[in-house]
Design a binder for this molecule. Structure first.
Ligand SMILES: O=C(O)CCC(=O)C(=O)O
Ligand SMILES: [Fe+2]
Length: 197
C-alpha cells in the first residue's frame, strides 16, 4: 500500500494463491468461446480499433460467476485495505478476463475515459504458465521521470496502479496471453459494475 502511495504503481509476485489460480485458469478455459473483441471508450461509446487494442474480453458478473467467489473475496479485501489505509472511498469495481491472441497488443493509454472518471485503481492478475523471456506481451509502464518499466505477465503476479495518472501499454505478445483485469471504482457506473454490500 505504501509503495502504491509512493510510486503510483506496485507489482506483487505470487499474489494469487494456487487454489485461486486454478479456479481462474479453469474458468478462463471454460469461457474462452464467449469472449468478444474489446473496444475503446466508455460503455455506450465503444469503438473497435484493432490497431489500438487487440484483446478479447469477457466481463464478469459477481452474481452469475459464483465459481470465482474466492476471487471476489480477494477483491473485497483489497478494497477494504485501500479504504482503511489510503482513505480512497472505493465503492465498487468492474472486472473482465482478457485474452491477447498472438500478435495482440494495446497502445499507450490511461484507464480513465474522457467522460467517466471513476476508475481509481487498475488491478491486473496474470495467468500465464511458463512465461519466458522473448514471449513478449510485457506491460509497459511510463514513469514520471520519463523512463519506462517492462513488467512480464508472469503467472500469479498482480500489478496495481493509479488509473488516472499512469500511462501504460501492452507490447505485442508472441503467444496467447491471459489475464484478469479490473478497476476499483470511486462511484458506481451503470453497467458491468457491482456495488459492495
Ligand atoms: O493486461 C495488461 O497488462 C494491461 C491491460 C490494460 O491496460 C487494460 O485493459 O486497460
Ligand atoms: Fe489499461
Amino acid at each position: 500500500m505504501d509503495e502504491l502511495a509512493l510510486n503510483d504503481y506496485v507489482i506483487i509476485d505470487d499474489f494469487l494463491r494456487e487454489d485461486r489460480l486454478n479456479v481462474l485458469q479453469a474458468f478462463f478455459k471454460e469461457h474462452l468461446e464467449a469472449f468478444t473483441k474489446a473496444g475503446i471508450g466508455a460503455l455506450n461509446d465503444q469503438m473497435i480499433r484493432s490497431d489500438i487494442r487487440g484483446d478479447f474480453t469477457y466481463w464478469l458478473d459477481r452474481k452469475r460467476d459464483t465459481p470465482l467467489d474466492s476471487i471476489w473475496s480477494l477483491i473485497d479485501e483489497t478494497i477494504h485495505i485501500y479504504n482503511r489505509y489510503c482513505y480512497l472511498g472505493l465503492s465498487g469495481y468492474e472486472f473482465h478476463l482478457a485474452h491477447y491472441p498472438t500478435g495482440g497488443h494495446y497502445d499507450k493509454h490511461l484507464d480513465q475515459f474522457n467522460n467517466r472518471n471513476n476508475r481509481t485503481i487498475s488491478m491486473i492478475f496474470y495467468l500465464n504458465k511458463n512465461w519466458q523471456k522473448g514471449d513478449g506481451g510485457e506491460l509497459e509502464i511510463y514513469q514520471e521521470d520519463g523512463s519506462t518499466l517492462l513488467v512480464e505477465p508472469l503467472e500469479a503476479r498482480c500489478v496495481m496502479f493509479k488509473s488516472a495518472v499512469v500511462p501504460h501499454a501492452v507490447l505485442a505478445s508472441n503467444k496467447p496471453r491471459y489475464s484478469l483485469t479490473g478497476w476499483l471504482l470511486q462511484q458506481p457506473s451503470k453497467l458491468g459494475q457491482f456495488s459492495l454490500t
